[in-house]
Design a protein around this ligand. Structure first.
Ligand code: SAH
Length: 464
């Protein structure tokens, strides 16, 4: 019998939902962070549950053929990238498998990889995953915590996995390259003027985080300092230094005086320029403020939305409902090809943004409602018998509430396009819809977050 603190050698045969390696001994599964499929590893058992346990990677005895040297020197300590040490093609394969497994295991569907083989109602044709050409420098938004190192120097970087200790780095390989310069400027400024950084333990100190956004198409840059106070001393000096960077468009402060893990507060104080940047997805223009939710991978967002648009198969006559619409990104992307689009979103600020974005794009056939989709949509159905030709949903990880799915079924759309950031809840919800009059026709994984274990996917359902 194996027990806690045992050291043993195992072969990793699969990857778990967070990218951790899984190996087996005597039929018992061990989760090993930083170990990869195909690795032969020496591990120490740290924690044991009834049917599985957790072990620490001590040594890679024989590396997996898919193991690559991470580009980033802090890849292993940092909580951001779980898969940088896996060959990118394999990362995409892993993500596709993750979606496939969930659809099979949780959704009880058959999955085929060739369309000609999808010839019964319970079979889904899985199209090849959409990966990126390069898996680095793809993010348009970064939030770096600020703190002090043990010698009292200002540092910035990322939190280590499951902790709040800062791994110092100004050079994050999945962020826009210009961040390195921006971070160095802010860090030097704080150090030179003796401006304090925030200390979570005693809720003291001023500068908590730096938020940066970079417009992928426009190259416009935003720098926002999140502060535990109302004013930044010597702000004019920081502005002078930052405005030397080409593309600088917005410099602002965000006030967050709460003792909380939530990064942003509600109040934005502009220091210089506009309080937003502009960017495009396809030919739709978006104004993005520090508080706006906006997809972080512009290249793959375009791929994802194009896939959703293809699945929606619009001719110009359709009524479309876009549930969980955020700032209206999918809604506006579809509006040009539909008769009318309705968006529903729980965050009222996002709906304000959606309305403004419709306006600046001169889109007049989109209407937006604030509220929980599972409340607003059933209510409107009861009152006004709303109908839809196409329904799009893009819920958070927990998926759709059953009351919403029930109403979608009642609305009798021809097609449902399901965009998902969690394949487990996707599979659960697709099963519900498949049992209530829909065929799940196609599904596809899209890699929105290279080097992380997250996977986005999109599925097409047609009413029987
Ligand atoms: N479709 C958008 C946003 C998707 S993220 C885009 O592609 O940019 C999911 C969105 O669902 C978030 O904006 C979140 O605020 C919203 N949301 C979360 N719970 C909700 C609920 N119960 N009803 C409606 N919207 C919700």
């Amino acid at each position: 019998m194996i027990k806690k603190n045992d050291i043993l050698d195992i072969t990793i045969d699969s990857l778990g939902s967070e990218g951790e390696g899984i190996g087996r001994i005597e039929g018992y599964a061990l989760f090993v962070k930083d170990a990869l499929i195909g690795d032969k590893v020496r591990v120490k058992i740290m924690k044991m549950k009834k049917s599985y346990g957790f072990a620490r990677l001590m040594e890679v005895l024989e590396p997996s053929p898919y193991r690559v040297e991470p580009v980033c020197p802090v890849a292993r300590q940092c909580g951001g990238c779980q898969l940088q040490h896996l060959d990118y093609e394999k990362q995409v394969e892993y993500k596709q498998d993750k979606v496939k497994n969930c659809l099979e295991r949780i959704g009880k569907f058959n999955i085929v990889m060739e369309e000609s083989k999808a010839n019964d109602e319970n079979t889904i044709f899985m199209e090849p995953a959409i990966g990126m050409e390069s898996s680095f420098y793809y993010r348009n938004k970064a939030q770096f915590p600020m703190g002090l190192d043990k010698d009292g120097n200002v540092v910035t970087g990322f939190y280590a996995a499951r902790s709040h200790s800062i791994i110092p780095t100004t050079n994050c390989y999945i962020q826009a390259e210009v961040n390195k310069e921006l971070l160095t400027i802010v860090k030097d400024f704080l150090q030179e003027f003796g401006i304090s950084t925030y200390d979570e333990e005693n809720h003291k100190g001023l500068v908590r985080h730096i938020l940066t956004r970079v417009g992928y198409t426009t190259k416009e840059i935003m720098v926002c300092l999140i502060i535990n106070g109302a004013k930044l001393p010597h702000a004019e000096e920081l502005v002078e230094r930052l405005t030397k960077i080409e593309g600088m468009t917005s410099i602002c402060l965000n006030v967050n005086k709460e003792k909380t893990n939530v990064i942003l507060g509600n109040q934005v104080i502009p220091l210089w320029g506009q309080d937003y940047i502009t960017d495009y997805i396809g030919d739709i223009k978006f104004q993005i403020s520090p508080l706006s939710f906006y997809q972080v991978n512009p290249v793959q967002t375009k791929e994802l939305y194009s896939q959703a648009l293809e699945y929606a198969d619009l001719t110009g006559n359709e009524i479309v409902w876009d549930m969980y619409c955020g700032i209206g990104t999918i809604s506006l992307f579809l509006a040009k090809k539909a008769k009318k689009v309705y968006g529903v979103e729980i965050v009222s600020q996002a709906i304000e943004d959606a309305k403004k974005n419709a306006q600046i794009n001169e889109i007049t056939n989109a209407e937006f409602f604030v509220g929980a989709a599972e409340e607003v949509v059933p209510e409107k159905y009861k009152k006004d018998h709303i109908k839809a030709d196409v329904v799009v949903v893009d819920p958070p990880r927990k998926g759709c509430a059953e009351s919403l799915l029930e109403t979608i079924v009642a609305m009798e759309p021809k097609r449902v396009v399901y965009v998902s950031c969690d394949p487990a809840t996707l599979a659960r919800d697709l099963r519900y819809l498949a049992d209530h009059g829909f065929n799940v026709v196609k599904a596809r994984a899209v890699d929105m977050f290279p080097n992380s274990a997250h996977v986005e996917s999109v599925a097409l359902l047609e009413r029987k």
